[in-house]
Write a protein that binds this ligand. Structure first.
Ligand code: NDP
Length: 275
């Protein structure tokens, strides 16, 4: 029999680490599958997905800039995909296109299990109000933090986003310069690190036990991580989130949960060797 086919779809896609991650998961769990990169034209997402399904594809990861289109294309959305308004995982089963979002649980798993920082009863500050922030709110609330404060450079966007989750738990909204007090966990879900910028928040949010988490990752600490470390916080980048969201997708597709420790360590070593 031919191995089951999966892919990651995006534009651009050459940089994606997902094929490597899933190949390692497949080897480790002895699953026969093929996982490839699919470059979709910017105006050709739905057609590329349709071709892949016609050729027998079983599932896909979806990355920039197609996560919203993937949500629109799905014939059924999981609760967390609905809350995120975006889809990073597609399953093709019985004529249905199921849309899921594993980014949020990936983040929570990386913080709680890999970093060993419980979120229950803690104070959490979430920076940003774009797709990345939106995708993690429900999984964060599920952990029952004592406080979840949402802050964004453009305050109206944070207000709007918080209002959409009004039924799911209490979210406080703050402006960057209006953030008061210290937090157990500060999560950077802004795109500021992409341009080596730091969200203009008061350094008093950091105390020595604070975990400052940047969803971005790379060879060197991000600007946000450097800022947080300079004010005494513990820091972590988003590489673990990347691996954990992949593991959750793999689990949805194959019904078996892969080990992530080794895969994470290999990716980290690779990133550092590229310096
Ligand atoms: P969006 O474009 O949807 O949102 C951008 C957000 O960043 C907005 O809140 C924007 O604020 C804010 N922002 C941009 N520049 C600055 C700045 N200089 N200072 C302060 N705030 C700023 O992006 P996404 O939400 O899709 O992505 C955000 C980040 O998350 C990306 O860096 C991405 O790489 C990362 N990510 C990582 C994942 C992982 O697996 N590790 C998964 C998903 C995303 P405003 O509203 O004021 O413009």
């Amino acid at each position: 029999a031919q191995p089951d086919r999966y892919a990651v779809i995006g534009n651009p896609i050459a940089h994606s680490k997902s094929p490597e991650i899933h190949a390692q998961f497949a080897r480790q769990t002895r699953q026969a599958l093929k996982y490839e990169r699919l470059l979709a034209p910017l105006d050709g997402f739905a057609a590329t997905v349709a071709d892949f399904v016609r050729e027998g594809g079983r599932g896909m990861n979806v990355t920039v800039p197609f996560k919203l289109e993937a949500a629109a294309l799905a014939t059924r959305l999981t609760e967390r995909a609905q809350a995120a308004g975006a889809v990073n995982t597609l399953l093709f089963e019985g004529g249905e296109i199921v849309g899921d979002n594993t980014d949020g649980v990936g983040l929570v798993r990386d913080i709680v299990q890999n970093a060993g920082v419980a979120l229950a009863g803690k104070s959490v500050l979430l920076l940003g109000a774009g797709g990345a922030a939106r995708g993690v709110i429900l999984p964060l609330l599920d952990q029952q933090p004592a406080r979840l404060v949402l802050a964004n450079r453009t305050p109206a966007r944070a207000q709007e986003l918080a209002a959409q989750f009004a039924g799911s738990g209490a979210i406080e909204v703050a402006t960057f310069d209006g953030i008061a007090g210290a937090f157990d966990v500060v999560i950077n879900a802004t795109a500021a690190s992409l341009s080596a910028e730091v969200p203009q928040i008061p350094p008093s949010v950091f105390v020595p036990h604070t975990l400052a988490y940047d969803m971005m990752y790379g060879a060197a600490p991000t600007a946000f991580m450097a800022f947080a470390a300079a004010h005494g916080a513990q820091v972590r980048d988003g590489l673990g989130m990347l691996v954990e969201q992949a593991a959750e997708s793999f689990c949805r597709w194959r019904g078996v949960r892969p080990e992530t420790t080794e895969v994470f360590a290999q990716l980290r070593a690779q990133l550092e060797n590229k310096e």
